[in-house]
Design a binder for this molecule. Structure first.
Ligand SMILES: C[C@H](N)C(=O)N[C@@H](CCCCN)C(=O)O
Length: 554
C-alpha cells in the first residue's frame, strides 16, 4: 500500500472497523429486542403475582407503540434522524430506551406495591378524554396500577426502540453502502432474533431464580442490557465522528430533510403496498410472539420441571442456548465462506444441532424452551436469504411464500394443536414443526421486505421512508396485542367468570385459555398480506419496480 492509499483510507474502508461498527449497532438492537419481549414468556406469572389479566397484559404490551402512533413520535424520530444525523440520534434513542425501561422495571417491583405511587395510579389515569371514546386508550378503568405505570415506561421505551431501529438502518447504509449492505442488514436482524430467543429462555429463569418468584428480576436483567446498549451507541458515536472527520462529510448537512420528501414518499403506490403488507404481516408475528408461550401452555400438557436447585432447573436451558449460539455462528460463518462445500457443511452441522436443540426442549418440556426454536431458525437463515435476494432476487415471490406459511401456521395452532392436548409427544412434535415453519416465514418476509424499500423510493429519502413504514407498522403493533387480549377474555367468558368468582385460581386460569379466536384473527391478517403480496407482484411486473431483480447484478 502506498502512502497516498494510506492517506485516503477511512475507517469504513477497513473491513474490521466496518464489521466492528455493525457489531456495536447490532448488539444494541439485540439488547433492545430482549427488553421488548421481556414479559412475554412470563404472562402467567404477571397474572398470578401482579393480577394482570389478559386485557391488562395486552394493553400494557400494546402501549409500546402508543406514542409512536398517536403522538406521531416515529415521524418526529425520522425528522430528528434526518436533521441531527445518525450518531446523535443513536445516543438519544439509547437514553430514551433506558429511561422507559427503568420506569417499567419499577412498576413491577415489590417496592411499587403499596407505595403512594401505586395508590395514585389506582385512582387516576383511568380515562383519557378522546381516546377512550374511540376505544384506543392505553389505560382503562380497573387496570392494575402496576400495569398502568409499566405501560407509561413501555411507551417511552417504545419511542426509543423504534427510533433506534430506523437509526441503525441508516447507520448500516452509511457504513456499508456499495459493500456488503444486505448481508449486514440480515446479520443485524439475525442478532435481533437471537435477542428474542434469549429473552424467551432467560426471562423465566430470572423470574424463578432460587425457587422464589420475582418478575422484577427479569425486567432488571433487561434494564442492565439497555445500559450496555447505550454504551455501544456511545462507542459508535466516536467511530462515526472519526469517519466524518476523515471523509469531510456530514450527511445531515449534505442531505437536509424537507417536509416535501414525505409527500413524495406518500404518493408512491409501491411504497403503500409494501407498507400495508408490512403492517399486516408484522401484526400477525410480533403480537403473537407476546402470547405464544402462554398459547403453548394452554394447549400442551407439560411435565413438572424441578425447581429445587438452579442447575436441576436450568442445565438443559443453558445447553440449548449454547447450541443456539453455535447455530448462529455457523450461519454467519457460512455467509463469509467462499467455498460452497464449506457452506453446506456448516449448514448440516447447524441442522444436527437444531435437532438436538428440539430434543432437549422436548425433554425439558416447558413452553418457553419449545417456543425458543422460533427465533433460532430466523437467526440461522435470515442472512442466507438476504444473500439470496442480493444475488438472485425474487423478493416479491418470497413475500408471498412467507405470508402463505404464516396462514398455515396460525391455522395449525388454532385447529390442529388443541387436538393433541392429551398426547404429550404428538403435541410437542406438532408445536415444534409449526414453530419451525413460522420461523422460516419470519425469515422470508423480513429478508425480502426491507431490502425492497430502496427500490421504491429515492436513496436521498430512505430514512424518512423507513420511518413512515415503521409508523404504519406500529399502528398494527399497538392494536393487535390489545385485540388479542380482549378477544381472549371475550371468548373465554366462563373462565373469566370462574376466576372472578374464585372457582379457579389465577394460576389455573393463566394456563387454561382457548386461543382459537385470536389465532383465526391472526390467520386472516396473513391472508390479507398474501393478497397484497400477489398485487405487489403484479404491479412489479407491470411497472418494472425491479422487486424480483437481484440487488447485485453481475
Ligand atoms: C419492530 C420494528 N419496527 C421492525 O420492523 N423491525 C424489523 C427490522 C427492521 C430493520 C431494522 N434495521 C424486524 O424484522 O425486526
Amino acid at each position: 500500500m502506498t502512502t497516498t492509499d494510506k492517506i485516503h483510507q477511512t475507517l469504513r474502508d477497513s473491513a474490521g472497523m466496518r464489521w466492528l461498527v455493525l457489531l456495536l449497532l447490532a448488539f444494541a438492537m439485540f439488547c433492545s429486542y430482549i427488553f421488548m419481549d421481556i414479559l412475554s414468556p412470563i404472562k402467567d406469572l404477571m397474572q398470578s403475582t401482579r393480577g394482570w389479566d389478559s386485557t391488562a397484559f395486552g394493553t400494557m404490551q400494546g402501549s409500546e407503540t402508543f406514542l409512536n402512533v398517536f403522538v406521531f413520535f416515529l415521524i418526529f424520530a425520522g425528522i430528528i434522524l434526518d436533521k441531527m444525523g445518525v450518531r446523535f440520534t443513536a445516543i438519544l434513542s439509547g437514553a430514551v430506551m433506558l429511561v422507559g425501561a427503568t420506569i417499567n422495571w419499577y412498576a413491577v417491583t415489590d417496592a411499587f406495591q403499596g407505595s403512594g405511587l401505586q395508590t395514585w395510579f389506582t385512582n387516576n389515569l383511568n380515562y383519557i378524554p378522546g381516546f377512550d371514546e374511540l376505544g384506543i386508550s392505553p389505560f382503562y378503568r380497573g387496570m392494575p396500577a402496576s400495569a398502568k405505570f409499566a405501560a407509561i415506561g413501555f411507551m417511552i421505551f417504545g419511542c426509543g426502540v423504534e427510533m433506534a431501529g430506523i437509526t441503525v438502518s441508516r447507520g448500516i447504509v452509511k457504513w456499508f453502502k456499495g459493500r456488503e449492505m444486505a448481508l449486514a442488514m440480515g446479520s443485524e436482524m439475525a442478532l435481533a432474533r437471537l435477542g428474542v430467543a434469549t429473552c424467551m429462555i432467560f426471562s423465566p429463569v430470572f423470574a424463578k431464580l432460587g425457587g422464589v418468584i420475582d418478575v422484577s428480576r427479569s425486567v432488571a436483567f433487561g434494564v442492565v442490557l439497555l445500559l450496555i446498549a447505550l454504551i455501544m451507541f456511545i462507542v459508535y458515536f466516536f467511530m462515526d465522528k472519526k469517519l466524518d472527520e476523515q471523509t469531510g462529510e456530514a450527511e445531515e448537512k449534505d442531505d437536509p430533510f424537507k417536509i416535501s420528501d414525505l409527500g413524495t414518499i406518500l404518493s408512491s403506490g409501491g411504497f403503500w403496498l409494501v407498507a400495508l403488507l408490512c403492517v399486516l404481516y408484522y401484526s400477525a408475528i410480533f403480537p403473537f410472539q407476546k402470547y405464544a408461550v402462554n398459547m403453548l401452555q394452554c394447549n400442551l400438557v407439560f411435565k413438572e420441571v424441578p425447581t429445587d436447585s438452579f442447575w436441576a432447573t436450568n442445565t438443559v436451558t443453558i445447553l440449548q442456548y449454547c447450541i443456539m449460539l453455535v447455530v448462529a455462528g455457523a450461519s454467519f460463518a457460512s455467509n463469509f465462506m467462499k467455498k460452497a462445500s464449506m457452506k453446506y457443511g456448516l449448514l448440516t452441522l447447524a441442522g444436527v444441532l437444531l435437532t438436538v436443540f428440539c430434543y432437549m426442549g422436548y425433554m425439558r418440556q416447558s413452553a418457553e424452551t419449545v417456543f425458543a426454536v422460533f427465533p433460532l431458525l430466523a437467526v440461522g437463515i435470515t442472512p442466507i436469504l438476504g444473500n439470496y435476494v442480493d444475488h438472485k432476487g425474487k423478493a416479491a415471490s418470497m413475500l408471498m411464500i412467507g405470508s402463505m406459511l404464516l396462514v398455515l401456521c396460525h391455522l395449525t395452532f388454532a385447529f390442529v394443536l388443541p387436538e393433541f392436548r392429551d398426547n404429550a409427544v404428538g403435541g410437542v412434535v406438532i408445536a415444534y414443526l409449526t414453530i419451525l415453519v413460522l420461523g422460516a416465514s419470519f425469515s422470508l418476509v423480513p429478508a425480502s421486505l426491507w431490502p425492497s424499500v430502496p427500490k421504491l423510493v429515492d436513496a436521498k429519502i430512505i430514512g424518512s421512508a423507513y420511518a413512515l413504514i415503521f409508523w404504519v407498522q406500529n399502528i398494527g403493533l399497538w392494536l393487535f396485542p390489545l385485540l388479542i387480549g380482549k378477544v381472549l377474555d371475550k371468548t373465554n367468558t366462563q373462565l373469566v367468570a370462574d376466576l372472578k368468582n374464585g372457582v379457579i385460581t389465577p394460576e389455573e386460569a393463566a394456563v387454561s385459555y382457548d386461543y382459537t379466536a385470536p389465532l383465526v384473527m391472526l390467520a386472516c391478517l396473513g391472508v390479507a398480506a398474501l393478497v397484497l403480496g400477489f398485487i405487489l407482484k403484479v404491479v412489479d411486473k407491470k411497472k418494472g419496480l425491479g422487486l424480483e431483480e437481484p440487488n447485485i447484478k453481475a
